[in-house]
Design a protein around this ligand. Structure first.
Ligand SMILES: O=C(CO)COP(=O)(O)O
Length: 194
């Protein structure tokens, strides 16, 4: 196994049912996904709590895919960038070394719905996120941090999405269980080898 979808915010202990970062390290699982929209929405994980989790997991030596993204309501209200900036800021406030962080932009309305963001919509947010990092963290972190896209990525839409300047890869759910996953991996690797 190469990743898991959550881990606890601090040292393992009497938190029955939670998976600690230490457990993942012991099991040689290198990656953890934190801040997935389902955990934010269903388990009331706040931006600050997610930021704490990211910092703790990194401190234990894990690599983190940190998810950010707006709901449909927030997009329609024009607050997409405010939402993802606030989510990213809570991480930036707690993390000084970004070398083991990947940001996953996952519009909530695109996750598991079949309604993928258009390449232009994805590129716009990725570009804004990179600018946010340049302004609020550093030019180096902005240039080197991978910003990947997630939400209804499939074999048919991966090429165009992956061709966007600031889309550095994908976080794939449903399609990762299908043969088309090979095409998605190939589309994500084009830039790596370029
Ligand atoms: O975030 C995701 C899975 O947790 C993305 O899922 P889908 O690719 O199925 O939309």
């Amino acid at each position: 196994m190469s990743d898991i979808k959550n881990c606890w915010v601090k040292k393992g202990g009497a938190f029955t049912g939670e998976v600690s970062a230490e457990m993942l390290v012991n099991l040689d699982i290198p990656w953890v996904i934190l801040g997935h929209s389902e955990r934010r929405a269903l388990l009331n994980e706040t931006n600050e709590f997610v930021g704490d989790k990211v910092a703790y997991a990194l401190a234990q030596g894990l690599k983190v895919i940190a998810c950010v993204g707006e709901t449909l309501e927030q997009r329609e209200a024009g607050s997409t960038m405010d939402v993802v900036a606030a989510q990213t800021k809570a991480i930036a406030d707690r993390v000084s070394n970004w070398s083991n962080v990947v940001i996953a932009y996952e519009p909530v309305w695109a996750i598991g719905t079949g309604k993928v963001a258009s390449p232009a919509q994805a590129q716009e947010v990725h570009d804004e996120l990179r600018k946010w990092l340049a302004k609020n963290v550093s030019a180096d972190v902005a240039a080197t941090t991978r910003i990947i896209y997630g939400g209804s990525v499939n074999g048919g839409n991966c090429k165009e999405l992956g061709g966007q300047a600031d889309v550095d890869g994908f976080l794939v759910g449903g399609a990762s269980l299908k043969p088309e996953f090979i095409d998605i991996i190939k589309a994500a690797e084009v830039k790596k080898s370029a």
